[in-house]
Design a protein around this ligand. Structure first.
Ligand SMILES: [Cu+2]
Length: 128
């Protein structure tokens, strides 16, 4: 009897586990994607997209960027020189804004709540 119950529990775990694995295969996590929908930065485990990727855009072409907070704690996204500040994003909130600059240059983006780990570089190249 006990053995049957244990077997049922084990089989349930295996079924749930395989369904979860299949779900993940069908919906792969999106990384730093740059296309017509813009850049997506996931704030997760106090990093942006795990590696704080360097972002590349061109001057005089506005680039859409979405910050999505996947953590339980608050995050924000700031580029001082370009006057970009999402304000605090709570768990599961996201915010879309545009990065636009007439000037090329190298700028720093960061989260004001976790500036030691959430910090990266934005490179704006001159559009020719
Ligand atoms: Cu943060």
């Amino acid at each position: 009897m006990i053995n049957n119950i244990i077997a049922i529990i084990v089989i349930s775990f295996i079924i749930v586990g395989s369904l979860w694995g299949i779900g993940n295969l069908l919906n792969p996590q999106e990384e730093n994607k740059t296309n017509s929908t813009g850049i997506l930065l996931l704030a997760e485990n106090n990093f942006f997209n795990k590696t704080n990727p360097t972002l590349y855009i061109n001057s005089n072409i506005p680039q859409k960027i979405t910050i999505a907070n996947k953590d339980f704690v608050r995050h924000d996204f700031i580029i001082d020189e370009l006057n970009i500040n999402t304000g605090y994003l709570y768990s599961n909130q996201d915010f879309t804004t545009a990065i636009a600059s007439r000037e090329s240059g190298i700028f720093e983006y960061y989260c004001s709540l976790h500036p030691s780990t959430m910090r990266g570089t934005l490179v704006i190249s001159e559009t020719t």
